[in-house]
Design a binder for this molecule. Sequence first.
Ligand SMILES: Nc1ncnc2c1ncn2[C@@H]1O[C@H](COP(=O)(O)OP(=O)(O)OP(=O)(O)O)[C@@H](O)[C@H]1O
Ligand SMILES: [Mg+2]
Length: 296
Amino acid sequence: MTIRLSSIQKIYKVGVERVHALRGVDLSISKGEFVAIMGSSGSGKSTLMNILGCLDRPSKGEYVLNGKPVAKMGAAALAEVRNQEIGFVFQSFELLPRSTALQNVMLPLIYSPKRWMGARKRARGALDRVGLGERVKHRPNQLSGGQRQRVAIARALVNEPSILLADEPTGNLDSKTSEEIIALFKQLHADGQTIVIVTHEEDIAGHAERIVRLKDGRVMSDRKTTEDPIHREYLDRMAVAAADMAKHDAVSAASNGAPLAVAPEVRGHGEAKVTVATTAAPQPVGAKTGNTGGAA
Ligand SMILES: Nc1ncnc2c1ncn2[C@@H]1O[C@H](COP(=O)(O)OP(=O)(O)OP(=O)(O)O)[C@@H](O)[C@H]1O
Ligand SMILES: [Mg+2]
C-alpha cells in the first residue's frame, strides 16, 4: 500500500472566516495505480493534492505514506518526506526562468547530499526520459509550452519519487500538446510509476485507470474508469458525435455528385455543422444515466 488517507479534513482560516475545503476524505492508492481526480472548481482537488504531496497538512485525519504517518509531522520532517517520496507537477510549470532545463531538473537534487554526486547525469537521464535530451541548455522562454511541462515532469522524476502528482498538468496546453503529455504519463505508468492527476477534462481522465470525483470536499464517487457512469456517458456522447460527423461527411460527399434524400436537420453545410456541435456539447452531468450500456 502506498497511500492511505482516513477522514481527512482541511479547514482554511481567512480572517475570522473558516473555509471547510475537505470534509472527511477516505482514499487509498496502491503502488502502480494511475488515478484521475475530478470535480468542479472549488471542490477541493488542489487542497487534496497539496496534502497528498506533503505541501500542506490536514486539519484532521490520518495520512500514511509508505508506512509513515505524515499528518502530524513538523515542517522539516514533512519537507524530507516530500523530497524523497513525491514528484509534483503544476499547471503553470513553475520553472526557474533564468535557469536552463538541466539546471531546473537538477534543483531537487541539491537537497539530497547522497544524490548531488552525479546530479548532472541523473538530470540528463530524466530529460532523456521525457524526450528532451536535445534541449538541456534551453531556458524556459526558449521552449514550447509542452516542452516546459516536460522539463517540469523531468524535475518531478529526478528523485525517483514513489508518487508522481500532477495538478491540471494539461490546463495550459492546447489539445494536441495535452495528448502528448498524457501519452508521456501513460508511458511512465507502464514503467511502473504511481500517478495521480487532477483534470477538468473527461478525455484526459479517460487515460487513467480509476476516477475519483470530489464534490464539496467529499468523495462523491471512486470507480474504475470503465465502470464510471459519468465517463461512460461521455464516451457515448462522443460516439454519437463521431457518427454524426461521419454522416455529415457522407452527405457532403454525396451532394457533390447526385442529389440525395437528406435528413431534415442536415440541409446545408452550415446547419449540419451546428447539428454536430450541438450533439457534442456537454450535457449536465448526471442528467441521464440509463443509456450507459453500450460504452466501449
Ligand atoms: N489557501 C487557502 N486559503 C483559504 N481558502 C482556500 C485556500 N485554498 C483553497 N481554499 C478554498 O478551499 C476550497 C477548495 O479549493 P481548491 O483549490 O482545493 O479547489 P479546486 O477543486 O482545486 O478548484 P479548481 O478546479 O478551481 O482548481 C475553495 O472554496 C477555496 O476557495
Ligand atoms: Mg485546483
